[in-house]
Design a protein around this ligand. Sequence first.
Ligand SMILES: Nc1ncnc2c1ncn2[C@@H]1O[C@H](COP(=O)(O)OP(=O)(O)OP(=O)(O)O)[C@@H](O)[C@H]1O
Length: 236
Amino acid sequence: MIYVNNLKKAFGSQQVLKGLNLTIPEGQSTGIVGPNGAGKTTLIKTMLGLVKADSGDITINNIRLNGNYEYRRNIGYMPQQARYPEQMAVNDLFGLMQHLRGEDPVYLDELIEEFDLNKELQKSLRALSGGNRQKVGAAIAMMFNPSILFFDEPTAGLDPRSSYIFKERIQKEKESGKTVLITSHIMSELEQLVDHVVFILEGEIKYYGRIDDLLKENRQERLEGAIAKLMEEPGS
Ligand SMILES: Nc1ncnc2c1ncn2[C@@H]1O[C@H](COP(=O)(O)OP(=O)(O)OP(=O)(O)O)[C@@H](O)[C@H]1O
């Protein structure tokens, strides 16, 4: 379970998270949606301790985040734009991850196979195509089999086949009881992958609940229509 309580974050004079409250259930998948700049990545980074909140609390699996980042061992994170040591070969990067963690990966070979990364292993990170870079990020997020997975726009830049394979993988992770959090601008993708949706607008949560309920409440058949309706609401 992840609890977020009255979370606030400003960058300079811009209040980016305006007192967010959220309970993310264990073993289910949640989509975070909202326009560009709404605060989705900032929320995820705050949960990971990569951005320090100005106030509020986050509790993950009963551990309150207060400068002790041991809980992060249980979280696999695929960033929107990963920064890597660019001159390093992909294979060496996987090795470095293993070394830093002091643990053998649980299913790296399987992920390399699934994402068709065998031909890329000897290439330096700087020589990878954008999509293959994404796949390396995905493999790093999942290789140690963490119980919580955060994916920030995971399929942006992937070709249709890779995107399909990746979504199958996320389904598998979900079915094995993981807690999955995904940000995406592709509503059809979220319909396939998540049970709950958080809609953030200008740093505030405008909706949090089951996708089915959101569709019913807004008399919509598709998530895209329901989110568009929420954005039209007065005060939004
Ligand atoms: N390190 C930073 N310094 C200053 N401003 C920042 C920083 N990180 C984020 N911001 C600002 O915070 C706001 C929210 O950014 P964030 O990346 O969380 O949005 P997002 O909802 O993930 O957007 P997108 O859909 O475009 O990825 C933006 O206005 C952004 O410019």
